[in-house]
Design a protein. Structure first.
Lengths: 323, 296
């Protein structure tokens, strides 16, 4: 079966300065793919590129194929029709993602009517249904609320309801839980998993939180300094990461049963887009780096179990031992 | 169905309560209350005042020329024996009417041009350079120039004052649009597939209303003042129509003998402009609480 969404060698540059390079990955339908990386690794730009929401100054190359259509080649009108109806998006800040001067009901109804020609009344009924689905109590009454009358968790639920309003096949969630506290985070992740079960929606979940990934992702794409460094199913990735960066990430995630006196860190900091080292981006911070690492960008190496890692020493080092 | 009814019944008091809270907040601003009272007084005078004056503003009574204010003529009479009270009240209609027309045109074109400039960045340069050019002239000078080119009439005054003030309003709208267009909910709307028009109409403009309302209250005040200037110079309302500027212009020759001829319409202008300015200040305090904090 062909994937729902497929990125092939996607690069994005601003004013000749690349911020995303050669990114390739697939999302199958009903699949939850985690896109992980530090701030500035290019994960959000990748998401915006998929939706065609980058400013016109961005230079996008490569193929972004959604349901057989190459998105960058679509016209403005076609792209607009696809947004919301084919691909929905949830943003990071629930506090500011709703228009303060309209009730949440108005906003959900509006989102429905952007893509479907139905009456206000029918749209209102659908809005109630959606709010119920995303777990908002007394949805009829809540339609009349203004965003400031709701908590952050509830607003994020409303955002999810809006994103779901046109039954998109793919949902892009850009750090949907970062602004929320931990218990609400867990509830929302459960909600996203339910959405996938019930509506069959595929999800691209962008986060820097490994815990969130472990919770619901099926497959993980790890980005570092504008490139994909490793891609694997969630179990192989947590079980035996192959790229030294992913190993570092795993080692620096505190575990409940860990008795380490200090958190392990990766030495150094992420290079800025203008200042990338030659060869492997991660080499200067990598404990396993050897001179050839600086000579060329390491190619993606595919392993038998479908895991892929961009490291010339991945094979030689073997899978990291489980912790 | 029953569910909908319940919802509506519950929603109505909530909405009323919100409106009540808003009114209370506005009531706390003393500037707003004083301004509103003054302006309401003038508006009332303009609308129902002429109904109570039995004397026509143009009724000549040569025998009672230059009567000082008295029981018969509350605000005296002019050089042709016409009732100043009656003329000021009729003048209020004209002056407020011109002011209101300018405000409406400002609201329409200011919002349109401001939204276009703020949202479509390519248009911004063109529109704003034209606005800069218009704003480089002193307001009254430009109005005088346009009015004298078009010939004196009330419509001329409206056109001239609109040309002067629309760029200023457009700037205010553009500035707010520039801020609001980068907010998350605008990006969210775009990600939902909303059209540009819908984004501007539903998400950007409603959130730009506060500064616009304040700006329009000031435009109203300036328009009345400038209209008086134009009429005074003979470029606004024709002398047969008793606008406030015309009244002052006519009374100017008799300032020593009959000061009330200039004082009364002058006071009318002063009260209106003061009222509108206080109203605008008060609205700004209420609509933009941050400003108040900064002031102390």
């Amino acid at each position: 079966m062909s994937p729902l969404l497929s990125l092939r060698n996607v690069s994005v540059a601003f004013g000749g300065q690349p911020v995303v390079r050669d990114v390739s990955f697939d999302v199958a339908s009903r699949e939850i793919v985690g896109l992980v990386g530090e701030s500035g690794s290019g994960k959000s730009v990748t998401a915006l590129a998929i939706l065609g929401l980058l400013p016109p100054t961005a230079e996008i190359t490569g193929e972004i194929v959604f349901e057989g259509r190459d998105l960058p080649a679509l016209g403005r009108r076609q792209m607009r029709r696809l947004r919301g109806a084919g691909i929905g998006m949830i943003f990071q800040e629930p506090m500011s993602s709703l228009n303060p001067v309209f009730t949440v009901g108005d906003q959900i109804i509006e989102a429905i009517r952007v893509h479907q020609r139905i009456s206000r009344r029918a749209a209102a009924d659908r809005a109630v249904e959606l709010l119920e689905k995303v777990g908002i109590p007394a949805p009829r009454r809540r339609l009349e609320d203004y965003p400031h009358q709701m908590s952050g968790g509830m607003r994020q639920r409303v955002m999810i309801a809006i994103a779901l309003s046109c039954s998109p096949r793919l949902l892009i969630a850009d750090e949907p839980t970062t602004a929320l506290d931990v218990t609400i985070q867990a509830q929302l992740l459960d909600l996203l998993a339910e959405v996938r079960e019930e509506f069959g929606t595929a999800v691209v979940l962008i986060t820097h939180n490994m815990g969130v990934i472990a919770e619901i992702a099926d497959r993980v794409v790890v980005m570092y300094a504008s490139r994909v460094v490793e891609e694997a199913g969630v179990f192989p990735l947590f079980d035996h990461p192959r790229h030294p960066y992913t190993r570092g990430l795993m080692a620096s995630t505190p575990a409940m049963d860990m008795e380490a006196p200090r958190l392990v860190t990766i030495p150094g900091g992420t290079p800025t887009p203008g200042n990338l080292p030659p060869g492997c981006n991660f080499a200067p911070r990598c404990g396993y780096a050897i001179p050839p690492c600086a000579e060329g960008v390491p190619p993606m190496d595919a392993f038998a179990d479908g895991q892929r890692a961009a490291c010339i020493r991945a094979r030689e080092l073997g899978p990291a031992a489980p912790r | 169905m029953a569910d909908t009814l319940v919802m509506e019944r519950a929603a109505r008091p909530a909405r009323l309560a919100r409106m009540g809270a808003g009114l209370r907040r506005i009531g706390k601003s003393r500037a707003f209350v004083i301004g509103a009272v003054l302006f309401a007084f003038i508006c009332l005078a303009a609308t129902i005042g002429p109904l109570f004056t039995s004397v026509s503003p143009n009724a000549l009574a040569i025998r009672s020329r230059f009567q000082p204010p008295s029981m018969e003529f509350w605000l005296g009479t002019d050089n042709l024996g016409r009732s100043v009270l009656s003329r000021v009240l009729w003048g209020a209609r004209l002056s407020l009417g011109i002011g209101f027309a300018v405000v409406l045109i400002n609201a329409a074109f200011g919002v349109l041009l401001g939204a276009l400039a703020g949202y479509y960045r390519k248009l911004d340069n063109i529109l704003m350079r034209v606005a800069d050019a218009l704003m480089a002239f002193p307001a009254v000078l430009l109005a005088i120039g346009i009015a004298s080119a078009l010939g004196p009439s009330a419509v001329t005054a409206i056109v001239a004052l609109s040309v002067v003030y629309v760029p200023r309003t457009a700037r205010v709208v553009r500035a707010s649009v520039l801020v609001v267009r980068e907010l998350d909910y605008v990006h969210a709307a775009r990600a939902c597939g909303a059209t540009d028009r819908r984004i501007v109409m539903k998400h950007i403009l409603p959130n730009c209303m506060a500064p616009l309302i304040v700006q329009l209250s000031f435009v109203f005040a300036y328009a009345i003042l400038s209209e008086a200037v134009l009429s005074f110079l003979g470029l606004g309302a024709p002398p047969t129509v008793p606008s406030w500027g015309v009244l002052i212009s006519e009374g100017r020759a008799y300032m020593r003998e009959a000061a009330w001829l200039t004082i009364v319409p002058g006071a009318a202008i002063a009260i209106t402009v003061l009222g509108l300015n206080l109203l605008g200040d008060g609205l700004r305090d209420v609509l933009d609480p941050r400003m108040k904090v900064e002031q102390g």
